[in-house]
Design a protein around this ligand. Structure first.
Ligand SMILES: [Fe+2]
Length: 272
């Protein structure tokens, strides 16, 4: 199974340049073309939040139209820039988001890997949270299929990423989630967004990752007092490869002129 994860799209349907510099619609178009051309084709795409910059209905409509150009299903979860009600309405016909209830979380059982999407949004706040209600929901889902390898995807990382200005404020419920995940060994990967940079670590006894943004990255600032800053490093897609219980293997695929037509080969080595 091959999963393409895209994150932090920050789409602006009105054409405004993000930060006065970044064309989010062009970035989305490039990302869609990148995934559509990828061989082999990913089985699914996971879009891990900050789907839009302002959470407006027209942003979700434009996003939905772009996703419809892909042949594989795209599954979305909210980030701190999203609006739950508008997101739910915009993707209602996908059939996987809960029609009612406070949170946009769900489990997908149709694939070799079980996929569980979590909703870590705190409305009008930057940081993320899993409250007791959401943790209980996750515990119930994990109890259902203890034998099936499972990937959890969510917007906010519950673990430290080393980018101090993104590790604040602390994820609320991180300790409770860590204790929960440690009880369920079928969780093979927790993959997130929010930090706009490819990061992997170990957490709660499993592999934990952050996908880069498909639009812009956060500055690689490892000191505690580094100020928040954006940087135009290449946008990228995270690929998660799973082969007969080998994996997940995570590969970062930058979006740009890096396709087959741009490859070249070294000269044959001189015989010795
Ligand atoms: Fe973001």
């Amino acid at each position: 199974m091959l999963i393409a994860q895209i994150s932090d799209l920050h789409l602006l349907a009105d054409g405004t340049l993000l930060g006065g510099q970044v064309d989010t619609q062009a970035a989305l178009d490039a990302c869609i073309a990148h995934i559509a051309a990828f061989e082999p084709a990913p089985d699914v795409v996971l879009a891990t939040g900050d789907l839009t910059q302002d959470g407006l209905p027209e942003d979700y409509a434009l996003l939905r139209a772009a996703f419809n150009r892909l042949p594989m299903p795209v599954y979305v979860i909210p980030g701190n820039h999203d609006d739950r009600a508008n997101l739910r309405a915009g993707f209602a016909d996908g059939g996987y988001l809960p029609k009612t209830g406070a949170f946009l979380h769900y489990a997908l059982d149709a694939y070799p890997l079980r996929l569980i999407g979590l909703d870590t949004l705190i409305e009008n706040e930057v940081g993320g949270r899993l409250c007791p209600v959401r943790l209980r929901w996750l515990e119930d889902r994990l109890s259902e299929h203890r034998e099936k390898p499972t990937v959890i995807f969510m917007h906010h990382p519950p673990f430290a990423t080393g980018i101090a200005f993104m590790d604040r404020p602390r994820f609320q419920g991180a300790e409770e989630l860590e204790g929960l995940i440690r009880r369920f060994s079928q969780v093979r990967l927790i993959t997130c967004g929010h930090v706009h940079r490819a990061i992997q670590t170990q957490w709660a006894g499993t592999l934990a990752a952050v996908a880069p943004s498909i639009v812009f990255q956060m500055a690689l600032a490892l000191s505690e007092d580094a100020p928040s800053a954006f940087v135009l490093e290449p946008p990228a897609v995270s690929l998660h490869l799973w082969q007969q219980d080998r994996g997940p293997i995570i590969v970062t695929s930058p979006i740009g002129d890096f396709g087959p037509q741009h490859r070249f080969h070294p000269e044959p080595a001189e015989p010795v």
